[in-house]
Design a protein around this ligand. Structure first.
Ligand code: HEC
Length: 106
């Protein structure tokens, strides 16, 4: 028991040291990673939380889409925006939509 507590203390100390938030939302973090890297939404969309500035698609901070709207858009595509069905798993689409709906509303 004592060892377990020291383990957690060390764990939290180390995660703080390398700058990771200890109170985090793992789905939000995963979604942000997908937004920036795997799906590269950031190449077309401005979103302040992600630090992206692109004007091919609408500014997500302006349109503040809710989660359902993002899921539908990412799954089916819209206009020149590609559909991600088949490229992202449904868990990944859910995560990126969770992220965008929260980050855009900030
Ligand atoms: C190739 C550029 C491009 C990429 C990559 C891209 N988008 Fe888009 N996106 C657009 C364009 C352009 C529109 C506007 C389409 C229209 O209304 O005709 C749009 C529209 C949207 C909308 C608004 C849809 C609506 O209801 O009006 C959302 C939300 C969105 N994109 C989210 C995302 C997310 C999340 C990703 C990454 C998974 C992404 N986009 C990747 C170009 C892109």
């Amino acid at each position: 028991m004592k060892n377990n507590i020291s383990f957690y203390l060390i764990f939290f100390f180390l995660t703080n040291l390398i700058g990771l938030p200890t109170k985090s939302d793992p789905i939000f973090d995963l979604g942000k990673d997908i937004f920036l890297n795997k799906a590269e939404c950031s190449t077309c969309h401005t979103l302040a939380d992600a630090g992206s500035k692109a004007e091919i698609g609408p500014n997500l901070n302006d349109i503040k889409p809710d989660k359902i709207r993002v899921i539908l858009t990412v799954t089916n595509g819209i206009g020149v925006m590609p559909a991600y069905d088949g490229q992202l798993t449904s868990e990944e689409i859910d995560a990126v939509s969770h992220y965008v709906s929260i980050a855009a509303a900030k």
